[in-house]
Ligand binder design. Sequence first.
Ligand code: PLP
Length: 390
Amino acid sequence: MIVRDRLNPTARDLPKSGIRKFFDLANTMEGVISLGVGEPDFDTPWHIRAEAIYAIEKGYTFYTGNMGLIELREAICDYQRRRFGLEFDASQVLMTSGASEGIDLVFRAILEPGDEVILVSPTYVAYSPLVTLAGGVPVFLDAKEETGFKVTKEMLEEAITDKTKMLFLNYPGNPTGGVMTKEDYAELVPLIKEHELFVVYDEIYAELTYEGKHCSIASFDEIKDQVILMSGFSKAYAMTGWRMGYLIAHPDVIHAFLMIHQYAQMCPSTISQYAALEAAKNGDDDIEMMAKQFMMRRNFIVNGLNRIGLKCHMPKGAFYVFPSIAATGMTSEQFCEELLKDQKVAVVPGNAFGSAGEGYVRISYAYSIDEIKEALARMEAFLRNKGYLK
Ligand SMILES: Cc1ncc(COP(=O)(O)O)c(C=O)c1O
């Protein structure tokens, strides 16, 4: 048997993540300093880890209900009310194994073959392949640095066709750090309502909003049945390895998610759910401490990049900067490969996030100031060696 020929071609032929491709190369080299990974360098706060240990000691090692622990779903409703002023019922909350499971579920439960999903490019790497896998068609809106990588009414209007079923938003955004305000969303809401679109709102970086307060598109009552809120514990609480995320939506939508989740996942890790319960109830101070640190690092790296000649806007959220490398005349892949070879610094080529990311690189500042300082010094040396800095 020719094994390759017997596989589902859609899955087999999905592109390898542009991030992974690059880091496979970096992993073969010694002494590399990497600002590539989107994961907080902080340890999960101790009181959260302690709750997981108690959960094991108490023998909470069985499956939970498919929706997840009721006390956790209630704690998430309290959290959404306390932090963002949003009202939900626990019956609208489905616990998932990371936001990642949520991304897969929304496409599989909602899309029919040929349905179009509007994605904002540069875009987080998982969305487009998972749309394709679910039989949908990704349609990209190219967001621009000049407008803060936001979606405008005009852009959305142009992209909507009679096949559009979903608009997928991620603010604060990976990889750009872009943020949208209440006024920005207000412009989109009438179109979303008129065309009966589902809006999936990935707000995993909501707590990492550095200017003003985070605003969720779920705060618009007129489209509340159409919004699917997606979030998780990975970024705000430094809990990437715990794999805890959640979806909040209209009960009928949650029911469709549950029909897949009950067979494909059953429930996320019970022990992680107890840790998340502690985080949702008592983690506000931790979030704020880490967000302060990230903001300080953001200011440091943006100033540093502009000083060494890489033009970099000030992102308003998340923990990524997205400087332009246009001045070097290189493609983003060339830039990253040369930088890695010349100075052993690993950053991610902007084109890994779609064609609108060409001409940029993504640098994560979820690293210590010492690592950022060292990386900046090496990048400066690289630009000098190449003759881009006098
Ligand atoms: C925008 C965005 N959404 C979702 C995820 C996945 O998060 P999780 O760890 O909860 O699966 C990430 C992780 O990098 C992300 O950047």
